[in-house]
Design a protein around this ligand. Structure first.
Ligand code: GLN
Length: 274
């Protein structure tokens, strides 16, 4: 496959593509491997395959969905495609927020900054049903996608707001938990990345010079929106551990830790406001 998709992803993608257009589960696809699919199905698969290989459009945009934390999320080119690494953030949040014995008189709030397709906000709303969530994005097109995902997956205690993530609501109610997967790719290397990334929204990937400008903007207002003792979790780039540890090494925060992903790379920062 010249300039194509490299195995092993090639096989996994082929199975997802065939499953999507034929309606067959993974097991059935292999059981029926020698049978010819109906003509209408093969023509859809061939068309999708052509698009995948010629324009390098990511599979998730072609089939319009991507799995995250065991659920299928609708994704369009208005939003970043969910990455498996982001599940590390969910894991760490769930570790810190076990079900309360008694949730108290006020429902705790969480805020997801730059929600995109809503994977973090919707997953947390479903996994932490005693909390109420607010999903923020600068882009209306992303919020529409996130809202659609919340509705289709049944996440009810979730509100949406179109706003910038730099000090979004000083003075309003504070949050027990703030999450973010900001753009953190260095502007300087954006050009050299795989062609699939050119189909994704630049604003969700390009973190400015050294990939840290948006991180700096987003984190500077945090002490005003997190409640005392509240938590912050953020996905980071593999080379940003020292930078973020430096940012959070102030007397305002405690329990500042960078968690690694399955590849052993720094991936998620946690910090607790004192
Ligand atoms: N993990 C993504 C990538 O490397 C980047 C996502 C982000 O910038 N938040 O493609």
């Amino acid at each position: 496959m010249e300039g194509g998709v490299e195995p092993p992803e090639a096989e996994a993608e082929a199975v997802l593509m065939i499953g999507h257009f034929s309606g067959l589960g993974r097991g059935d696809i292999f059981l029926r491997a020698r049978r010819q699919p109906p003509a209408a199905v093969s023509s859809l698969i061939m068309k999708a395959l052509g698009e995948r290989l010629r324009s390098r459009r990511p599979l998730a945009y072609i089939i319009g969905e991507q799995e995250f934390w065991g659920r299928s999320f609708a994704v369009s080119p208005a939003v970043l495609i969910p990455r498996p690494e982001t599940e590390i953030l969910i894991e760490e949040v769930l570790r810190q927020f076990p079900a309360p014995m008694d949730s108290g008189p006020r429902q705790p709030l969480f805020l997801d900054l730059g929600t995109g397709s809503g994977i973090i906000a919707v997953t947390l709303a479903l996994e932490l049903p005693w909390m109420r969530g607010l999903a923020l994005d600068l882009k209306y097109s992303a919020l529409r996608q996130a809202r659609g995902n919340a509705r289709r997956l049944g996440a009810e205690r979730l509100d949406f707001i179109q706003a910038d993530w730099h000090s979004p609501f000083i003075g309003a109610r504070r949050f027990s938990l703030v999450t973010a997967n900001p753009p953190y790719v260095d502007s300087g290397v954006m050009e050299q990345l795989q062609p699939e990334l050119r189909h994704e929204p630049l604003c969700a990937l390009d973190g400015g010079r050294d990939g840290i400008e948006e991180i700096r903007r987003l984190t500077s207002g945090l002490p005003e929106i997190i409640s005392p003792g509240g938590w912050f979790f953020m996905e980071i780039g593999y080379d940003q551990e020292d930078y973020v540890l430096g940012l959070f090494k102030s007397s305002e925060y405690e329990q500042v830790i960078v968690h690694r992903d399955y590849a052993g790379l720094p991936r998620v920062l946690q910090a607790r406001l004192r």
